[in-house]
Design a binder for this molecule. Sequence first.
Ligand SMILES: *Cc1c(COP(=O)(O)O)cnc(C)c1O
Length: 328
Amino acid sequence: MTLHIETPLIKSRALSLKTDRTVLLKLEGLQPSGSFKLRGVGFACEEHKRRGARRFVAASGGNAGYAVAYAGRELGIPVTVVVPQTTSARAKALIRGEEADVVVHGASFAESNAYALSILGEGDAYLHAFDDPLLWEGHATMVEEIARQTERPDLLVCSVGGGGLLAGVIEGLRRVGWNDIPVLAVETDGAASYNEALKAGEPVTLPKIQSVATSLGANKVSARIVALAKEHPVRNCLVTDAEAIQGSVTLLEEHRLLTEPACGASVAALAQVPQHFPNAQRIVVIACGGVGTTSQQLLEWSDFCRLEGDQIGASRSNEVKASESQHP
Ligand SMILES: *Cc1c(COP(=O)(O)O)cnc(C)c1O
């Protein structure tokens, strides 16, 4: 028995028609903790319990902290989650709902993480959100399932925050002998720490993160995914916040799935597949899920983008009219 569940892989008729390719969705949002994080976190927590851990400590107001809280309750191990002051009341309530202690400390993730490390005592296991081989090992089970669920795809698409998911996906591809299947790694413009790391050849720290896709907001990616990009065919791409939001709206309207823009980003990246992988016909999108976005928030963002879009559209058409009227 594992803490994570086997998730469905479904063919998306809507996305297949839109892209003129076969698009399959790996529905990781259906994990009991609402995101793929439970695969790696669950695996790591079970391992720490075997090694005698008496408490799990994590620093994350997001899906990682929530997954640790879930795993701890299931395994009967107390959990302390340190979150920054910016964490929403809703996120704290979700974590407390899994019976974890929530400690609010620090203005940023870096500060709450430093605090989490400082309170570690004997018998405590620290759970990182993305930079830990145990996590990658657990995330890799996702690709083993995909290999049982479908014939060989031409491409996998996944989102990148700190790179735990990407490292796990590549490890999984290796496990099933799909070493040559490429991955399209997706970030939003305002959270492009992987893009910057690839340009620099090593992880670099972004001065700030500015994106609605908060789960992609790691300032610095793991060294592991920079190294992996030299060993495995990986392309990376960027989408706008508006595109990521639209990706989540598509999952909601076409598949009745509520996800964060961090997940919608991977759906939005399908539009860039022809440019990066013109011959990819069969595409698996990791629909990584996320519990951080309410339906109301998603629809508000979507309305806002539509309004902005209309305004831009309106001013452009005015410009067009103006220049036409000047024409002799
Ligand atoms: C954590 C998370 C990501 C990013 O995963 P990394 O392992 O940090 O790259 C993407 N989407 C969701 C919903 C997440 O919870």
